[in-house]
Design a protein around this ligand. Structure first.
Ligand code: SAM
Length: 262
């Protein structure tokens, strides 16, 4: 009976036999043009480790490994799809770089991923969102076919074959109070943050003005309005320090507020 069910490979048959685990998302495939767009958006390249949550037949991870040299892991609750993905990876000689396992995507550790790929559902994305933000390193990329992340605005949105695809870049935590030194002067930056959106003020010589901060992963641009015009700073966050990433000599130390992620 079991052999017949797998030979027919009909999910309806497996469902009737009670062989299919309870899924949070039904099996629908991503079109190859969308797979390519998602991998482009995430700038997947050799050396990247990709985790494909709800991998289905593994097409996203297989394309990432085959076309771009990535390695990674695909997880799905459907054992038949996992077997299919593994067989395809083996046929293409990719088994040393990618693996597929039967696992609930809400139990998959994400910390190793440079890129996470999704084709799930809006409410599943929302349930997954805290895990993505807590476990992925700043600068890691998340791409989703079709569905967004609620009020976490994407860093990029593209329309592919009539549907949206989204990219998010995990932001570093820059919230708090920073003491910034530049040109022999001191500025106190008070920064608030929601996802990658940062707003705040800079207080210099007792005068507070808006500070404009652009944050992408752990890189940031700060624009300060000074009495003699605007001053730009290009830097990178390193724990509780902001360091310059060009010749410009400036730095900042976090003196208050919490670091949400290490
Ligand atoms: C819309 S399909 C996407 C398949 C594939 N990623 C693609 O884009 O072609 C969603 C997949 O998620 C899997 N799935 C649903 N709930 C899951 C869960 N809790 N853990 C792991 N996989 C799950 C389903 O079996 C299905 O293969």
């Amino acid at each position: 009976m079991l052999a017949v069910a797998y030979a027919v490979d009909g999910s309806a048959v497996r469902q009737r036999l009670g062989l299919t685990p309870k899924l949070d998302v039904p099996y629908v495939t991503t079109r190859s043009v969308t797979v390519d767009a998602m991998l482009d958006m995430a700038e997947v390249e050799a050396g990247d480790y990709l985790i494909d949550l709800g991998t289905g037949d593994g097409r996203i991870l297989i394309a990432a490994a085959h076309d771009r040299g990535a390695s990674g892991l695909g997880v799905d609750l459907d054992p038949v799809l996992i077997r299919q993905a593994r067989d395809e990876a083996a046929d293409l000689g990719l088994s040393d770089r990618i693996d597929f396992i039967e696992q609930d995507l809400f139990e998959t550790p994400l910390g190793e991923a440079d890129v996470v790929t999704l084709f799930l559902l809006p409410e599943v994305n929302l349930r997954l969102r805290p895990r993505l933000l807590a476990q992925l390193r700043p600068g890691a990329r998340v791409v989703s076919n079709r569905f967004d992340m609620g009020d976490w605005e994407p860093d990029e949105e593209r329309r592919v074959a009539g549907y949206p695809a989204y990219l998010w870049i995990i932001p570093a935590d820059v919230s708090g109070t920073w003491q910034m030194e530049f040109d022999g002067r001191t500025a106190i930056l008070d920064l608030g943050q929601q996802f990658q959106q940062v707003s705040g003020t800079a207080t210099i010589d007792g005068v507070s003005r808006p500070a404009i901060v652009n944050l992408v992963g752990e890189s940031l641009h700060i624009t300060l309005d000074l009495a003699n015009g605007q001053r730009f700073f290009e830097g990178r966050i390193d724990g509780d320090r902001l360091v310059s990433t060009n010749e410009d000599s400036w730095s900042a130390m976090r003196t208050g507020g919490e670091v949400a992620k290490g």
